[in-house]
Design a protein around this ligand. Structure first.
Ligand SMILES: *[C@@H]1O[C@H](CO)[C@@H](O)[C@H](O)[C@H]1NC(C)=O
Ligand SMILES: *[C@@H]1O[C@H](CO)[C@@H](O)[C@H](O)[C@H]1NC(C)=O
Ligand SMILES: *[C@@H]1O[C@H](CO)[C@@H](O)[C@H](O)[C@H]1NC(C)=O
Length: 410
């Protein structure tokens, strides 16, 4: 749910839905010839009817098109395979099982929260419903930065008041958590019809834990795995889960570091990041984070490695979960979509899945307009929408913009 991700970032045609009619249609506004947005305000927002299974032998199709259709519903009968009579021909073979799709979601960053809270309270509710409720697109995954991210208005962590606070006596959630993001999350949880899985990651750590003694900038954790710096950094995660539990918020998964490699290449001076090599991540997990998690009441929160571009696969997985001691603490691999068009899925995701079939692969970040020279927000951009949809559905090769897509939802 980063600011660029306008509603309708997913252009999916869902099979397997019932006969229901969109209750409130899109209120269209054209910004350019092919840039249409559905306008919502305090009293009006388009809705999608709740999804349920159709009768055997029939299907329901929801279509979004460049010409202005938005999740428009139509029905049809499935038929035994025969010659296609023009148009698009989808085949569905229930005997062939591919991967389990955990779901779809966005990120509730500081900037997302600030932007949402700038709306009137009633308009906020419309927006939250559009994303999370049964009348909307029912996001069921939510990424949650631990402390500041590059979508924050200032660099901070939860332990900035003290120095060398190895016991975390000064640990305290930030106003961004307690005043902005947590209240929004409570509202979201109250309107979702099904479980919401939260996925968290830290961007940076307290200045006193870092070689450059700053919260931001290219740097890494002081010392070596097993020492007091790494023990304190592991303890910090557990403390974060504890503080959130006081707000009745539990996490489905977390990664040990957002973009551990990208931290080496970031050009912005003020970027919050921590560099980890795969060997450093492996040894931090073996010596500090894994045991701390396992010994805590939060041992069921799934630990993900990588949380960076798939170009690092399968090497990163080989280095970390190729080690059985580290692997015992790990459940999955987080992946960011950057540079996917030049890193074939077959050589990265397929190979990794083949080598480590018991570890889930989860895309944890996708964002348009991220290059320094990019326009940040392009309202109604059809092209940017297709970048998301093709990234989700076209796993091989570069995005194909004019393709139509089919996704099975379960
Ligand atoms: C809200 O949107 C609806 C539908 O587009 C419109 O009829 C109504 O006038 C809008 N209300 C305000 C206050 O702009
Ligand atoms: C957490 O849930 C419990 C039990 O439902 C409730 O009594 C308590 O008020 C909740 N706390 C917060 C901070 O929401
Ligand atoms: C895992 O890594 C640790 C630390 O680097 C090493 O001592 C150990 O031998 C490795 N274990 C396996 C099974 O490779």
């Amino acid at each position: 749910m980063q600011t660029q991700n306008a509603l309708g970032a997913l252009f999916l045609v869902f099979l397997g839905m019932v006969e229901v009619r969109a209750r409130q249609p899109c209120s269209p506004k054209y910004l350019r010839a092919t840039a249409m947005v559905c306008v919502c305000n305090a009293t009006y927002c388009d809705t999608v009817d709740p999804v349920s299974l159709p009768d055997v032998g029939s299907f329901v199709k929801y279509t979004t098109s460049r010409d202005g259709q938005r999740l428009e519903r139509s029905e049809g009968k499935t038929a035994a395979k025969s010659g296609a009579s023009g148009g698009i021909f989808y085949t569905y073979d229930p005997s062939v099982r591919h991967q389990y799709v955990k779901g779809f979601g966005g990120s509730l960053t500081d900037s997302a929260a600030i932007n949402i809270l700038h709306l009137s309270y009633a308009a906020q509710n419309q927006l939250l419903c559009s994303y999370f409720s049964e009348e909307g697109i029912e996001y069921n995954l939510l990424r949650w930065p631990i402390g500041c991210s590059d979508f924050s208005t200032r660099p901070y962590t939860y332990d900035d008041r003290c120095v060398n606070d190895f016991e975390l006596k000064c640990f305290e959630l930030a106003p961004e958590d307690t005043k902005l993001r947590i209240p929004l999350l409570h509202r979201i949880m109250a309107l979702t019809g099904r479980p919401l899985s939260l996925v968290s990651s830290p961007w940076t750590s307290p200045a006193w834990l870092r070689v450059n003694n700053k919260v931001y900038g290219k740097s890494r954790i002081k010392g070596e795995p097993g020492d007091r710096y790494h023990k304190a950094w592991a303890r910090y995660f557990i403390r974060f889960f504890e503080e959130y539990a006081k707000y009745n918020i539990t996490f489905w998964a977390f990664s040990s570091q957002n973009e551990p490699i990208t931290a080496l290449f970031i050009s912005r001076e003020d970027f919050p990041c921590n560099y980890f090599s795969p060997q450093h991540q492996r040894d931090f997990i073996i010596q500090d984070l894994g045991p701390a998690l396992a010994a805590s009441p939060h041992a069921d929160v799934r630990l993900m490695i990588l949380d960076d571009g798939r170009c690092h696969l399968p090497n990163w997985a080989d280095q970390v979960i190729g080690n059985s001691t580290a692997a015992a603490f790990v459940s999955g691999i987080g992946i960011h979509w950057y540079f996917d068009s030049v890193t074939p899925a077959g050589l990265t995701l397929d190979v990794t899945h083949h080598l480590y079939p018991d570890f889930f692969l989860l895309y944890t970040e996708a964002c348009n307009g991220y290059l320094d020279w990019d326009v940040k927000v392009i309202l109604g951009s059809w092209e940017r929408g297709t970048y998301y949809s093709s990234n989700i559905l076209t796993v091989r090769g570069p995005p194909c913009y004019d393709q139509k897509f089919v996704a099975l939802r379960r």
